[in-house]
Design a protein around this ligand. Structure first.
Ligand code: FAD
Ligand code: SF4
Length: 509
């Protein structure tokens, strides 16, 4: 078969012109893209998520055509229908596609192409920094549990990122997490954000999405880059102006400040508009060439991109399919309605859900310590929260939500988390300004207007005592549980937890 009949099939999350089979196909080549719509009818996705995916695909198509590629852009209900249309027109072709990071994507793509009588070659996904083979060599056959910190150090060593000539971490420490936990002073203004200017395609797609699909979320304020050029501008602006402040305030949360100094790059990177290595090199370069970028900022963000993002992808690969339904704490509760309505007197939750409603985004600590924390304390079945994140976030795909939500957020399986990330109001109060304006009292465990996080936190520990008490990282917390039990507070706390559940039922939480 000639090269002319080996045709790149570019998935909607692989929109990078220089990577993979497309990057190697000469200009003028035929390229397949399929815009499938049925998936978008299965859940109430955020309006902005669907707008982002469909607009980015259509703009990428137009850019490739401008560069001379013969793009077959097929709109269909399903991939199967799109593939059938394609092979009817080009029966001689073999499609060459990078596998997506979703579970069993390679075999599933092969099945679909086989069903319509076509040929497919699946190749590695080059839109990550590490390869499957490299990670598996690192894991060395031990694929039951993984530790991020050892993986991250290995990635630093292998890639040379923030490494001295003799192979040590720049500055002496591998991980400056403890320098990422300050709360900004009242006079601090978060750095400017790059305002993306959208063209007619985005506006048309946005209107079409609103008319065509049953979506959730605001359809007015679309802020995300949909082209590679726009994504590069967001990256440049992050490095120029936001990076210096990223480090100290990485874990802080403020009302009316949805972006803080975060990179806001995950939607673009997860679509392939940017390769993570492009972001990593530009950030490292900013640190090396400038005086105003502190190490806790550079290391803080590189740890996420080079460490966590890559780690999550591989852990997902190894821990699926069990990870999706993992529920080692046996949580069975429904996700409270307030995750959809934002109707609650709990200020931290109301503000965070409103942020998500507005833009399909909330930053990491809001995701982990407000949304996932509360769901874990409430006893929500992890799969339900995973589904919610998957529908409502602009950067959400199964490979990245599942390890983040089910494991990091809800301690579903123990495949890499060593304890649940749970807290009472004291953490929320330390890292945010939410509690000051809240209807509830942050210091009260029980009684009128006592903060729900408090009673639910102790109730969670008591409920899961059999599994968690022996965890040496939970020792201190259980000594407090013992004290509360001995002085009779625990019984009252558990009554308060029941009362909170009744309040939620009645829509009064
Ligand atoms: P920054 O905080 O500025 O970080 C820089 C980059 O690092 C991000 O753009 C992202 O590409 C990467 N990154 C950071 N942390 C992680 C992580 N834990 N896993 C993967 N990549 C990471 N990330 C997603 O991309 N999609 C999701 O659907 C998603 N859901 C999450 C759900 C929960 C419960 C939690 C706790 C985390 C989730 N994350 C998810 C990880 C992280 O919160 C987001 O990547 C980050 O908030 C994106 O915003 P940013 O680009 O401003 O990131
Ligand atoms: Fe959230 Fe409780 Fe603080 Fe209110 S008092 S903002 S519910 S942690």
């Amino acid at each position: 078969m000639t090269d002319e009949h080996r045709v790149p099939w570019v998935l909607g999350t692989q929109l990078h012109p220089e990577v993979g089979p497309l990057g190697r196909a000469p200009e003028g080549s035929r390229v397949l893209m399929i815009e499938a719509h049925d998936f978008a009818r299965r859940k109430p996705y955020h309006h902005d998520k669907l707008t982002l995916v469909f607009a980015a695909m259509r703009q990428f198509r137009d850019q490739l055509r401008d560069r001379g590629y013969a793009v077959e852009y097929i709109q269909a209900d399903t991939f199967r229908e799109g593939l059938a249309t394609y092979f009817e027109a080009y029966p001689e072709d073999t499609l060459v596609a990078m596998r997506s990071p979703s579970y069993r994507s390679g075999p599933r793509m092969a099945e679909l192409v086989g069903e319509v009588g076509g040929d497919l070659e699946v190749v590695d996904n080059e839109l990550f920094v590490s390869t499957r083979q490299a990670f598996d060599e690192w894991a060395n056959g031990d694929t039951d549990s993984f530790r991020h910190e050892t993986f991250y150090r290995w990635m630093r060593r292998e890639s040379g990122v923030l490494l001295t000539d003799d192979g040590n971490p720049v500055g002496g420490d591998w991980n400056l997490d403890e320098e990422n936990q300050e709360f900004p002073p009242p006079e601090w203004d978060s750095p400017e954000r790059h305002e993306v200017e959208h063209d007619a395609t985005v506006r048309e797609v946005s209107e079409w999405v609103s008319a065509e699909f049953e979506t959730w979320g605001d359809d007015e304020a679309f802020v995300w880059p949909t082209t590679r050029e726009q994504a590069l501008d967001v990256l440049d602006q992050f490095c120029d102006q936001r990076l210096p402040e990223f480090g100290p305030y990485q874990d802080a949360m403020r009302s009316e400040d949805w972006a803080m100094a975060h990179a806001l790059l995950s939607p673009a990177i997860n679509l392939g508009l940017l390769h993570p290595w492009e972001a990593i090199t530009e950030i490292e370069e900013a640190y090396e060439s400038r005086e105003d970028v502190p190490l806790n900022s550079a290391e803080g963000v590189l740890r996420q991109l080079l460490g966590w993002r890559e780690f999550m992808r591989h852990v997902y690969r190894h821990a699926m399919p069990e990870l999706a339904s993992a529920n080692q704490l046996g949580a069975t509760k429904q996700l409270p309605d307030l995750y959809w309505s934002s109707e609650t007197e709990m200020n931290c939750l109301a503000e965070t859900v409103e942020d998500v409603h507005e833009r399909g985004y909330a930053h990491h600590i809001q995701r982990l310590m407000i949304l996932a924390n509360f769901a874990t304390l409430w006893g929500v079945e992890p799969d339900q929260l995973n589904d919610w994140f998957h529908a409502t976030y602009v950067d959400a795909y199964h490979w990245v939500t599942t390890p983040n939500v089910v494991e990091m957020g809800q301690y579903g399986s123990g495949v890499f988390a060593t304890k649940p990330y749970v807290s009472s109001a004291s953490y929320v109060d330390r890292m945010s300004d939410y509690c000051g304006d809240c209807h509830y009292y942050k210091t009260k465990d029980t009684g009128d207007r006592a903060c729900p996080f408090n009673a639910l936190y102790w109730d969670f520990l008591a409920r899961n005592e059999e599994q968690l008490r022996s965890n040496h990282r939970m020792g201190l917390m259980y000594s407090h549980v013992d004290t509360k039990r001995e002085n009779g507070d625990l019984a009252e706390i558990r009554d308060r937890a029941d009362e909170l559940r009744a309040m939620a039922e009645a829509g009064e939480l």
